[in-house]
Write a protein that binds this ligand. Structure first.
Ligand SMILES: [Fe+2]
Ligand SMILES: [Fe+2]
Length: 482
């Protein structure tokens, strides 16, 4: 079959030939009702009957794979879509480098591979659960639509991982697929697997920070898995990355618009000191220092997702050819890392300092470094908006040791520059670095829905262009049909 074409006839749109694969087709059809129940229970609250202007993937070729139309979310066509197979693809790294890429699971790596897929899979429904209450306070129909687009695509990413489990891992895979529907973000007994995915996303600034910082961790993980020697995983992740780009767009432009509105309001009111928080807040916008605190929180929580700086699991997954480095295919070295070192930031004799570690053990650190560089690009764009308004303020990512719960710095406290603080100093100064109860209450107070067509809440600027080039007065969500 033509891989770029998607078969839309059955219950599950796909380009993997499900029609000719009755075992997997049955397994997925059996899983489907549980998924829909999960979506209705844990998906966007209050808008399940609304008509939402969503894009659906109708082919996986680079041009025009997206089709836009009004859809009720529970009727969204969640499908199984893989990027095209590269003829003759070889395993690009690790001890099997140069051998043919695996089309079936290599027996000796079965457990490791399953674990990688389950961990990735678990993050997808988790973020939908974290964001489920946000619809009620959306600052515009445009933003409401973007939230739902991200949500349905995270749902599709769950399908992507569940397909791999059902197709390649037999009974174990079916069990894992069930368990993915059972865990719940933030639940005391059955939480999601990773810390940042059990945190709350209480307001829209958090949502934009989450999609900017935490979806970007998703991008890095998917980039590393897209290099995998297990070809179906590689192809799945390559297609997921095209969707992921939109999530980070929502985050980056979301924060940009918040920053822009704040700067405009300050200028109009003649406020030049960004530290004059009270005066700025009176304008109905979010002051820049509070935006910085939100960034501090989401950045530090996301860094924990990269795991321990020195990691045997990461070394094993690379050595086995299952999980590569960020853009492995563009790196110029032996792709085996049997020798060589990488500088790792560690806590040595009570000081934060670099130490060379075997490159293979330092892969989490390396991926995190690549992430920080990538995350800094958008921050630069936010700062450009601020400087264009002539306001003396710069948003900065905190030091990687700041506010960490996993890895080298889990047991220390630092300020934003990585200077160590005693427990007492930390308790005293915490509110300087992270949103305080007062900050949270202020932001929550601003979160009033704006559902009038073409209108935006006081604290956020309209986007430059509409989705699918729609005009400013386009009705992205028809709530009235609910
Ligand atoms: Fe995702
Ligand atoms: Fe995402």
């Amino acid at each position: 079959m033509d891989i770029a074409k998607v078969d839309y006839d059955g219950l599950i749109p796909n380009n993997v030939g499900l029609g000719q694969d009755p075992r997997v087709k049955r397994a997925l059809e059996k899983w489907h009702p549980g998924y829909i129940d999960w979506w209705k229970d844990m998906g966007p609250e209050g808008f399940q009957e609304s008509l939402v202007y969503l894009r659906t993937a109708v082919s996986v070729d680079p041009k025009g794979w997206a089709k836009f139309d009004y859809v009720r979310m529970p009727e969204y066509r969640w499908g199984v879509l893989l990027a095209p197979q590269h003829e003759g693809r070889k395993i690009p790294f690790g001890m099997h480098k140069g051998e043919d890429a695996w089309q079936e699971v290599p027996g000796e790596y079965r457990a490791m591979l399953r674990r990688l897929i389950v961990i990735q899979g678990d993050t997808e429904p988790a973020s939908v659960e974290q964001q489920r209450h946000l619809g009620k306070t959306a600052p515009s129909l445009y933003d409401l639509r973007n939230l739902f687009q991200v949500n349905v695509e995270e749902g599709r990413h769950l399908w992507a991982m569940v397909y791999l489990l059902q197709k390649y891992f037999g009974a174990d895979g079916r069990e894992e697929a069930e368990a993915l529907l059972q865990r719940r973000s933030g639940h005391a007994d059955t939480p999601r697997m990773l810390g940042a995915f059990n945190e709350k996303t209480p307001d829209w600034l958090s949502f934009f920070m989450f999609t900017y910082f935490t979806d970007r961790d998703g991008k890095m993980q998917l980039e590393a898995l897209a290099q995998s020697g297990f070809d179906p995983l590689s192809r799945t992740c390559r297609f997921m990355l095209t969707e992921e780009a939109h999530h980070m767009f929502v985050g980056e432009t979301g924060v940009t618009r918040v920053v822009q509105r704040t700067c405009e309001a300050m200028k109009e009111a003649g406020i030049t000191d960004p530290g004059n928080i009270e005066a700025v807040r009176k304008l109905g916008v979010i002051d820049l220092p509070t935006i910085q605190k939100k960034a501090n929180m989401h950045f530090s929580l996301t860094l924990d997702l990269f795991g321990n700086e020195i990691s045997t699991n990461a070394a094993n997954a690379f050595h086995a050819g299952l999980k590569g480095r960020y853009r492995e295919d563009r790196l110029k070295d032996d792709h085996q890392l049997e020798s060589g070192t990488y500088p790792v930031l560690r806590l040595i004799d009570g000081k934060i300092q670099n130490e060379d570690a075997p490159a293979l053990s330092a892969l989490n650190m390396r991926l995190r470094d690549d992430y920080v560089a990538d995350a800094n690009i958008g921050v630069g764009r936010w700062n450009k908006v601020i400087s264009e308004h002539g306001i003396p303020f710069e948003i900065k990512l905190p030091h990687v040791a700041f506010h960490r719960h996993i890895g080298e710095f889990a047991n220390i406290h630092t300020d934003l520059n990585g200077n160590m603080l005693s427990d007492a100093e930390w308790e005293k100064r915490r509110g300087e670095f992270l949103p305080s109860d007062g900050d949270r209450a202020f932001i929550e107070g601003l979160m009033q829905p704006q559902f009038e067509v073409g209108k935006f809440a006081s604290w956020i600027a309209p986007p430059r262009v509409g989705i699918d080039n729609k005009p400013g007065d386009f009705e992205y969500v028809k709530i009235a049909d609910a």
